[in-house]
Write a protein that binds this ligand. Structure first.
Ligand code: NAG
Ligand code: NAG
Length: 290
């Protein structure tokens, strides 16, 4: 009886939804602090560090901390022992990175909140390479670190193996979206004072097709910073562009070329010192005379 009434009311609701016109006034995302479409983006260079900062939270309840202007306070990601600097990502570079962080009392309590999903481990990345771009009111995209694990009475179990995905437009060196999530099956036991190595598999998807482009219905069409639409993952194939593929191929062949050279150099120089490459010429002369 109850189910039936829920069903019928949802059918009425569905009819109502069908009756109203589809929403046509789309709005570009992301906007800058003034609510405008961010134009004049300064492109990132391939391989450069992108600034990353994260919401500062109260350890009692996970609430944001605010400054005296009621703005959310952002702080750097915890410092990695490997670099002695807070974690950051290289623009456009797919690579495996490690970051070993120390669990202070504060960080331990914050991770209790993250793993319990009371509050997200929220960070952000600027859309433009201009210095202090976000602080000056520029647009940014969120990057949330979804660490998973279990909270125990005496310790935390944390899955520290994270996939990190970035999507970018094919032509413009800016950002569309990013996400990081635990994908291992091996949790590490952590107590206050411990160090944890986070293994990050960072991948850049730069060849996603933007479907459902809406450009014509934007109110402010005097220039979008990059083509709009749903940068959708394909059902199959790896969405990296031919040029990025060549870039990595180039890196790999440079590295392997150097390796081959290093190995063969010894052989060549041994052979050269023995024969000075004269034997071939001599032989060919001999054959000609024959
Ligand atoms: C990261 O650390 C793991 C061990 O936790 C190690 O096997 C791997 O080689 C390291 N990777 C890099 C890129 O340093
Ligand atoms: C799981 O993690 C622990 C602690 O980091 C490590 O000692 C162990 O080798 C890992 N096991 C596997 C299968 O990765």
């Amino acid at each position: 009886m109850k189910l039936l009434s829920i069903l019928s009311s949802s059918i009425i609701l569905l009819n109502y939804v069908h009756a109203i016109k589809p929403v046509t006034s789309a709005q570009f995302y992301p906007l800058n602090r003034n609510g405008d479409i961010p134009t004049d983006l300064e492109p990132f260079q391939l391989g450069q560090d992108i600034p990353l900062d994260c919401i500062s939270r109260n350890i009692d309840n996970g609430e944001h901390k605010f400054d005296d202007k009621d703005r959310i306070i952002y702080i750097p990601f915890p410092t990695c022992q490997e670099t002695n600097k807070p974690l950051s990502f290289k623009y456009g570079v797919s690579e495996d990175v490690n970051c070993t962080i120390g669990f202070t009392d504060e960080l331990y309590h914050l991770f209790q909140l993250y793993i319990h999903e009371d509050s997200p481990f929220s960070c952000r990345l600027p859309l433009s390479n201009e210095p202090h771009y976000i602080e000056k009111g520029g647009a940014f995209i969120p990057l949330t670190f979804n660490f998973r694990g279990q909270i125990q009475d005496s310790h935390l179990d944390i899955d520290s193996h994270l996939n990190v995905l970035f999507t970018k437009p094919a032509e413009e060196n800016t950002l569309i979206s990013s996400v990081a999530w635990s994908s291992g099956t091996n949790a590490t036991r952590i107590v206050i004072g411990d160090f944890l190595t986070i293994n990050l598999a960072v991948r850049w998807l730069d060849n996603l097709k933007n479907t459902d482009s809406n450009t014509d219905s934007f109110r402010n069409v005097n220039g979008l910073p990059f083509p709009d639409g749903f940068y959708k993952l394909p059902l199959n194939s790896i969405p990296i562009s031919y040029s990025m593929f060549l870039f990595y191929l180039g890196l790999v062949s440079l590295a392997s070329g150097a390796l081959v050279l290093a190995f063969s150099y010894n052989l060549i120089s041994i052979k050269f010192s023995k024969t000075h490459y004269r034997n071939l010429d001599n032989e060919s002369l001999v054959t000609k005379r024959d």
